[in-house]
Design a protein around this ligand. Sequence first.
Ligand code: AR6
Length: 170
Amino acid sequence: MKEKIKIIKGDITKQETEAIVNAANRTLLGGGGVDGAIHRAAGKGLLLECMTLNGCETGKAKITKGYNLKAKYVIHAVGPVWNGGTRGEEKLLAGCYANSLRLALEHRIESISFPAISTGVYGYPPDKAVKVAVSETLKFLRENPDFREVVFVCFDEHTYRLYEAEMNQI
Ligand code: AR6
């Protein structure tokens, strides 16, 4: 299962997987960070579709088309804001990965790219977030052996190294 996971450094808006995941907020109406980059690259159609979705709860995900992106779909997941780890953050972050992957499966998507959800503005410690991302993904791949590829797109060297270290441990 491990060989289906790829770790790369780069910009998620350039990825050619069938779906890319957005680290969104509950309004789903755009923002900064990776969310801003995805909306800029996808164009106005994305925002118009997002406006019809009535937001999304933390830990859950909703899907739209990809518009001007190479990816056919965008899956908008809402990560938790880090509050010291005592407010269910881990479970909520795990939900982002599990629910995004489930949505992908429901839409017959076989390849997906994830950013490091919650580790920017939302302050989730990257070392802890990476463990959640990898363990949820491996669990999904074990249960869904036909799924083709999961890419973790890292915007910085530090996050990239953390994913590598995590993958080397398992
Ligand atoms: N490609 C891949 N990763 C990126 C890119 C990119 N183009 N740009 C940033 N990252 P963040 P969050 C990385 O802050 O913590 C938004 O305003 C970034 O380095 O984008 O979940 C939303 O609207 C970091 O590792 O998302 C929400 O309000 C990771 O993506 C809030 O921020 C996530 O950082 C969500 O905060």
